[in-house]
Structure formats: structure tokens, C-alpha cells
Design a protein around this ligand. Sequence first.
Ligand SMILES: Nc1nc2c(c(=O)[nH]1)N[C@H]1C(S)=C(S)[C@@H](COP(=O)(O)O)O[C@H]1N2
Ligand SMILES: [Mo]
Length: 397
Amino acid sequence: MKQFQLPRRHFLIAAGSAGMATALSDQLRISSASAQEAKPLPQYAAWKNPDAMIVHSSETLETKREFFGTSGITPEDMLYVRNNVPAPDESIVANRDAWEIEIEGVRNPGKKTLADLKKLGLESVAMVLQCSGNGRGFHKHKASGTPWTVGAAGNVIWSGVPVREVVKAMGGLADGRNFITGTGGEQLPANIDPKTIMVERSVPIAALEDALLAWEINGKPISLAHGGPLRLVLPGYYGVNNVKYIKKLAFTEKESDATIQRTGYRVRPPGQKGAPDQPSMWEMSVKSWITHPLKETDQGPVLIYGVAFGGNKSVKSVAVTTDGGQTWQEARFVGPDLGKYAWRTFVLAADLKPGTHIIASRATDVAGNTQPEEFEENERGYGHNGWRAHAVAVTVV
Ligand SMILES: Nc1nc2c(c(=O)[nH]1)N[C@H]1C(S)=C(S)[C@@H](COP(=O)(O)O)O[C@H]1N2
Ligand SMILES: [Mo]
């Protein structure tokens, strides 16, 4: 179980100090992987487990593949972080119950405080939170953006009020509402057109069924880094739609005209610009990856394990190969079934001979969709679920 021993704690290099020029040019000479590891955790996420995280930038922290564990739940201190714009000030989580959200597109629109919402209903959901760009690092063309591999994802339990209950308490939906539009509570710089940087996302109204306005993650108040005091949670939808520190929830006729919705997060062939008629990063698809063993293991019996999920529907089965896809065996799910939006740990007992083994997993959802071998490239590197790129080469000695 070498992979689960905690690596030596990295010594953190303080950024922004005088004499950084030399340090920086030194850093450029070392490999990009170790340069990433050397970056310190940003202040708002300083409580994260530093050994478990790859710090790509102050706004992009990735969970290391060997840290997903086997319980099925991702602890908050190991969960990835992705901010499109810097997080608001920590003061917004000082008096959580006073946080206000504006609700529009209902018969009786108005403001609710978090204290009000806590009286309207309670539900909890286990779900995969995954960035649209998870797996971007596996794209063959140089898709711009953070080169995440598998760690821009986690499986967490959110608790809060069903959005349906809030709508009911406010007189029901107004007529002709086709989308749920959430707006993030960031303070935006004054000199830029807010539409070009604001985090405002729309999803089809069908998402109302399971949507929550959540104040807890894994049984604790949501940290600022993960969207506290209040977050829109849309099970089965990509990370970007799960708006953090939500300040406005609107039921709208049309999709938001913010750039992040209009042309951002649109799937199109490499070389093309984003446009509103291209598919938006909404529902997630079936996916899995191995989390153990990753590099080396002793010959003989070994338990191969990993995580698998169906995205917007349940995962049905997962097969594992130890010979690069020539032969496959059904793996077994372990641990509790936390519902259709959660991932499940899978395990396969194997007997490995010395040499290099290409180990991969291939999941199938309840509708019969299976992960493809190769994934069709797209301009921004979104939604990669091809099994071959997620394979690991393990040396058996
Ligand atoms: N308000 C707000 N919500 C946001 C974002 C943001 O920058 N601001 N980033 C989105 C993106 S792209 C992702 S992948 C997830 C990341 O959630 P996490 O940081 O809790 O892991 O939050 C989404 N919600
Ligand atoms: Mo994302």
C-alpha cells in the first residue's frame, strides 16, 4: 500500500518576495510537475491537506490521484478547488445566517436569508462535483486552461433546502420559465463589464427536480473555498453550474447572456470559437479511473481499485483491464450505494506477473452508455471520459 503513505511535506516557497526573479528562473529549469508541487496553498484554502493537493495556481487546486481513498466520500480538505474569479472576502462566512439571496421568476419574488431558508426544508444528496475540464491534461491538442488529469472531481454530500420547496413557498414558478439561473456573490472589479467576468450560469428547468440550496458539505458548514455560506447544487451537472456563494437565483425564460454562459463552456471542434448554439457543459457522462495501484506493485495478488460514476444517471457496472484493453473483467462495487449522482468505489482482485501492465477501467451507466476508448477532441478540452487516456502503466516487480 505504498501509495497511501503520505509523502514528505513539501516546503512551501513564499511567492511575491524580493529576489523572486532568481527563484523563478530556477523554477523554470525544473520539471513543471515539481514546480506545481512547490506552489503554496492560497490563503483562503490554507486549511487543505497540502500533501493531497496539486496547486496549479491560487484558483486551481487538484486532488492527487492516490488520495481518493476507498470510502466513496472525498473529505473537504482534499476536494479540488476551481475559481473563475477570486473568492469573495472571508467575512461573508462570519455571519452565515444573515446571507441574503434574491429569488426571481416566482409568483412572489423577493429576498430570503439563509436563516429563512433553513426553515423551508432539508434534504441531502451525495454527488460527484467535477470540473468540465477534468481530464483536459489528456487531450492531445494543447487545449487552453488548467491541465487537470483526474483530480478536478470529488464525491461529497451536500445538505440544504430543495429548490422546489423554496419555489413552493414563493407562490410557484412564474409562467414561461425554461432555465434556472444562478449568480455568484463575488465582488467584481469596477473597470470591467461585469457580464464578461461574472459567474452566472443557466441550466434547463428540469434540474429543479433535484436542485438544492446547500449550506453544509459532508456535515459541516460549507467553507468559503467551496461556496459558503450558500451554494446552488445541481446533481448530475458539471461543476461550473454549481454556483458558489449564490446571491441570486432566477427562473428565467432565456439563458444568461453572461460570457461564461453565452460562449464559455461550449463544446466545439478544436480551432473554433465558442457560440450559443453549441452544446453547453450541463449533464455529466459516465466515467471512471483507477486509483490503486498507480506506479509500482509487487508480483502476485493485488487489489486494483478506483472510482466510477454515471454522471446524470446511475453507474451500472465497471470492467477492468490489466493488459491495455485486450481482456476485461467485471469489478465489484464496494461500500454503500449513495444514490445515482454519487461515485462508487470498485475493486478487482488480480494476480500480476512481473513486467509493465497497462491498467484501465471502463464504466457503463444504467442507460447502456460505456466510456469510449478514444475521446473526440474539443477546443477547450471539456468532458474527457475516454478510458485509454485514463489508464496507468504499473511496473510489477
Ligand atoms: N460563484 C462561483 N461559483 C463557481 C465558480 C466560480 O468561480 N464562482 N467556479 C465554478 C467551477 S468552474 C467549478 S468546477 C466549481 C468548483 O467547485 P469547488 O471549487 O467547490 O471544487 O465551482 C463552480 N462554481
Ligand atoms: Mo470548472
